[in-house]
Design a protein around this ligand. Sequence first.
Ligand code: SME
Length: 166
Amino acid sequence: MELEPLDLLQADAETVLLYVEGLMTGEANWVATLANLSSVLHEALGRVNWTGFYITSDTGQELIVGPFQGKVACTRIAVGQGVVGTAARTRSSLIVPDVHKFPGHIACDSASRSEIVVPITAGARLFGVIDVDSPEEDRFQSAECSLLEQVASRVAARWPASFHQT
Ligand code: SME
């Protein structure tokens, strides 16, 4: 689906979610969809330096980097490791106000100061996570968490059974 250009930074959460729905409608290629979603979230949040997806491997033991905006990132993160792996293990959203104070934080971009990771789940299944970094300390609050959780639930609802990562 082709969408009209929109100033996502100025858009409210409801508009961003409509945009997200639009991007997930009528496009069967999941890499393309996640790539565009990473761009939407990167722009809509603002003051961030990395926004993207880590996707659960078929073994369920690690998260593999998916479409993202930002600097080159760690390709594979074991469940339980770093902020990404911790949120994956606990299956709950994790806000880290100061990454320097998070034991085991994996630094992909030395500019990152705070981070949020939101799991993409459906029942017992963990499809992956949404990960966002900011160069500002304490950048992520409940508003950002709520937006990302709503995006995650929409992504989970449409996750294609055929999409695998090895
Ligand atoms: N900081 C993450 C690693 C991924 S990057 O931020 C893109 C972590 O500690 O798991």
